[in-house]
Ligand binder design. Structure first.
Ligand code: SF4
Length: 448
C-alpha cells in the first residue's frame, strides 16, 4: 500500500521528501496544502514543482477514512463512524460552541452561514471541539464505559488519528461556507483525545499526531487547546511531559484505590499515589497550571458525601501540598451491561458544591449529543473484541450489582452502535453535492 501522507508530522514528511531527493521546504508546502487547505490532489498543489507533482502519485497519497455513518444531534453535535478495516469502526464527535443563547430550537447543525457576527437565533460561533479516537476499542475496561466493554481490537495509526481531524475540519469548513466566503479560519478550535481508546497506550502513533496538531504548518492549535485524556498510564505521562506537553486530563473516578481498582482496572498497576505523583511532575511542563480530573458520578458507588470528602482530602493533601486541580464531574450515560445508574441531579449538585466549597474548581459537564449516543463513555462503534471484555462485563453484570440495594436485572449484551446508525449523508441543512471530501485512494467503503 502506498504511504498515506496524513501519517506524517513535519519531520516525518521532511524525511520522506529527502528519500525522494526533495528539500525540506517541500514538506512544508505539502503539509500546508493538506492540512490548511484540505487538498488531497497533488495536481492541484500549484506551487509544487511539476516534476514532484508527477512523481508523488503512485508513491503516496492523502487517504481519508471511509465514512460509514454520520449522525446529527438536535443540539448540533455531530458524530461520524469511520471504517478502519477488518470490521472495525471508530467514532469521532464534533461539539459546536454556541453564543449565550445556546443552540437554536430544534437546531440542525450548522445553520448555513451562521456565525458569531451574523448569527441566526442561538448562533453557532463557527468553531467547536473535536473528540477523536486513538484505538479501535480499549483494553483498559473501565466499568462505566461502553467502549471498554467492547474490548480492544487494535491501535490506530497516526494517519488514522489525524484523518479524523482532517476530515472533520475540512468537511465543516465547507459546510459553514468558510471556503465560499474566502475565510481561512479554523472551525475546530480544540481537540480532545477522549474518544475510543487509551491514547497513552498508543503513544508511538499519538506523538506525531499531536505534533501535527500544534504545528503552524498543520493545524496551529495551542498546547492548551489539545487535551490528552488518560486513565493513568503513569510512565507515558512522564514521556508526554518530555516530548509534547499538551493539556492533561486524568480519568480518576474514585478517591480510593479500593474503589478505583474496581472502576478503572489500570489502577491495580498504577495506583492513585503514583498517578498523582506523575501529575505533579507533569505540571511544570503543562500548558495550564492545574490538572483536570474527570470524575464520572455513579449512583451509590462513588457519589456520596464521604467520597467527596475523600476526594478533597486526596487532591488537597497529596504529598502535603496537594495537586492543583480542576474537577470535571461527568454524568454517567447508562448502558445495559454496566449494571450502573447515573446519579440524581441533586446528588451531582451536592457533590459539586462540596468540592467547590473546599476550593476545588468543579464543573458539571453538560451532556451533549445524547440522542445520538455521542456523550462521554458512549462511543461504541463496532470493533472486533479480541479480549473478551464484553463477555466478562456481561458475566460481571449478571453476578454483581455495585449499587447498594439494587436488584440486578438480567442483562442482555447489545452493542450500542447497532441502533441509530444511518447511512452517510450530507448535513441536513445543506445541499448534497460535495458533502464528503474523499481523498484519492480513500472513498467510502460499502456499508457492512
Ligand atoms: S474510559 Fe477511556 S480508558 Fe476507560 S475503557 Fe473507556 S475508552 Fe478505555
Amino acid at each position: 500500500m502506498t504511504a498515506n501522507l496524513l501519517g506524517f508530522d513535519l519531520d516525518g514528511l521532511a524525511a520522506f521528501c529527502e528519500r525522494l531527493g526533495e528539500k525540506r521546504f517541500r514538506a512544508v508546502q505539502l503539509l500546508r496544502w493538506m492540512h490548511q487547505r484540505g487538498e488531497s490532489r497533488f495536481e492541484q498543489m500549484s506551487d509544487l514543482a511539476r516534476s514532484l507533482r508527477e512523481k508523488l502519485p503512485g508513491l503516496c497519497e492523502v487517504r481519508a477514512l471511509p465514512v460509514l455513518a454520520q449522525q446529527e444531534s438536535a443540539d448540533g453535535t455531530i458524530k461520524w463512524l469511520f471504517d478502519v478495516g477488518d470490521g472495525n469502526a471508530i467514532e469521532t464527535v464534533f461539539i459546536p460552541e454556541y453564543g449565550d443563547a445556546g443552540p437554536p430550537q430544534g437546531a440542525v447543525h450548522p445553520p448555513r452561514g451562521a456565525t458569531a457576527a451574523g448569527g441566526q437565533g442561538g448562533a453557532v460561533l463557527g468553531r467547536g471541539t473535536l473528540c477523536i479516537s486513538s484505538q479501535a476499542g480499549c483494553a483498559v475496561g473501565c466499568r462505566f464505559c461502553s467502549t471498554g466493554a467492547q474490548g480492544f481490537s487494535r491501535n490506530l495509526s497516526t494517519a488514522e488519528i489525524v484523518a479524523q481531524l482532517w476530515f472533520a475540519e475540512h468537511f465543516l469548513r465547507r459546510h459553514l461556507g468558510h471556503q465560499a466566503r474566502g475565510l481561512s479560519e479554523r472551525v475546530i478550535s480544540n481537540v480532545v483525545l477522549m474518544g475510543m481508546g487509551e491514547p497513552l497506550q498508543n503513544y508511538a502513533a499519538l506523538l506525531p499526531a499531536l505534533r501535527l496538531m500544534l504545528d503552524d504548518h498543520g493545524y496551529g492549535l495551542s498546547r492548551r487547546r489539545v487535551t490528552v485524556s488518560t486513565s493513568g498510564v503513569v510512565p507515558m505521562i512522564e514521556r508526554l511531559a518530555a516530548d509534547c506537553p499538551v493539556a492533561l486530563a486524568v480519568s480518576l473516578h474514585a478517591p480510593t484505590d479500593a474503589l478505583r481498582d474496581e472502576l478503572v482496572p489500570l489502577n491495580r498497576k498504577y495506583p492513585i499515589a503514583e498517578l498523582l505523583d506523575a501529575c505533579l511532575a507533569y505540571l511544570p511542563r503543562a500548558p495550564r497550571d492545574f490538572i483536570t480530573f474527570e470524575y464520572c458520578l455513579l449512583d451509590g458507588v462513588n457519589d456520596q458525601d464521604l467520597h467527596a470528602e475523600q476526594l478533597i482530602a486526596l487532591l488537597r493533601g497529596h504529598r502535603g501540598a496537594g495537586v492543583p486541580s480542576k474537577v470535571n464531574l461527568i454524568p454517567f450515560n447508562p448502558f445495559p451491561a454496566s449494571g450502573l445508574r447515573c446519579s440524581s441531579r441533586a446528588r451531582v449538585q451536592a457533590f459539586a458544591q462540596r468540592l467547590n466549597a473546599a476550593g476545588i474548581v468543579t464543573t458539571v459537564r453538560k451532556t451533549r449529543g445524547d440522542d445520538i449516543d455521542a456523550a462521554c463513555g458512549q462511543l461504541a462503534g463496532e470493533v472486533l473484541d479480541r479480549t473478551g471484555a464484553a463477555q466478562r462485563l456481561e458475566r460481571l453484570g449478571r453476578q454483581t450489582s455495585p449499587v447498594p440495594g439494587d436488584q440486578a436485572q438480567p442483562i442482555v449484551w447489545q452493542p450500542r452502535s447497532e441502533k441509530n446508525i444511518t447511512p452517510p449523508r450530507p448535513l441536513r441543512s445543506l445541499p448534497p453535492e460535495g458533502a464528503v471530501a474523499v481523498a484519492s485512494g480513500g472513498g467510502r467503503a460499502p456499508l457492512p
